[in-house]
Design a protein around this ligand. Sequence first.
Ligand code: PLP
Length: 369
Amino acid sequence: MSTDPGHIPAAKPVIGEDEIEAAVRVLRSGMVIQGPEVAAFEEEFSALVDGRHCVAVNAGTSALLLSLVAAGIGAGDEVIIPSFTFAATGNSVALTGATPVFADIDPETFNLSPESVEAAITPRTKAIMPVHLYGQAADMGRLGEIAGKHGLAIVEDAAQAHGSTWEGRPVGAFGLAAAFSFYPTKNMHSLEGGMVVTPDAGFARTIRLLRNQGMERRYANEILGYNLRMTDVSAAIGRVQLTKLRGWNERRQANAAKLDAGIGSLGGVRVPAVAAGASHVYHQYTVRVPAGRRDALQEHLTAQGIGSAVYYPTPTHRLPPFAGTAQDADLPETLRAAAEVLSLPVHPALTDAELTRIGEAVSSFDLGD
Ligand SMILES: *Cc1c(COP(=O)(O)O)cnc(C)c1O
């Protein structure tokens, strides 16, 4: 990352004095692994997800994996997921031994298309794993109906959507389980970290066992388990960040509105749409650039010192680990999105002048119809 004052980075994780003080306090306390800070973080995070049970783990991917394992999903089962997401979604399914079945997305929201999900259901389907991509809640109304009708579990991948809502209810409060990530570039972080959220106390206890060698009391191992514990240093940083999340999300939303206005609706670059019923916390601000001009726009921005990124250039079903039948999946909207999307800076540290610069740089780009 450049330190040139004119450079606008695509993301800017916060490790401020509050986070540093919290980490030092924990290190001096000597209680550093899954101790009082982790318990307090779980309790405080619960307020964000309608009071559901929260179990902290070492990463968002671990939260997804343990949610699936605790739901009894494994070899012979199918889980319907989007292909247009970070590979962790598909990895977590495949690592249980289950088969990820890829459904297409809605071209407006980039989230799972309920019609495509319904068409992908087979007698082996056990769960649907919607991703609230870029910070916008997926259509939990339609997906919930489909899951109910076919007796399927919902496991939400809420890694990018802390604080987002569907019809006023927070993401993470819909499924049998939901997974959040606290990786540094996410809307809040704990260096590395994740959270499993569930309405079911028994399910939460199973997650607690699975994250710690299958034991609650030391050496009283009840089931097979992993070591996917969170450290108290991470939890203390996460607690600080959680107090700032609402303000940061509001900044991201205000920044997105300024970018919308700066980019405008007349050119060929399309600003993000927010579906009726959804809120958007803009983990990413992602535009569509038509007709093979996406990479040229990215170069145009780079030349002006403006960072940007493509999430995700290769859909999961086209990645080598998912080779086989999945590569033949018919996902036209997924392929089109992978070719057209570009994420612009939207993080809370941006100044008004920087937002204006980004808007002008995008709207001055020649799409060359
Ligand atoms: C970041 C992310 C994950 C994984 O989280 P980690 O904490 O990096 O393991 C999973 N799914 C999505 C959609 C993500 O963006």
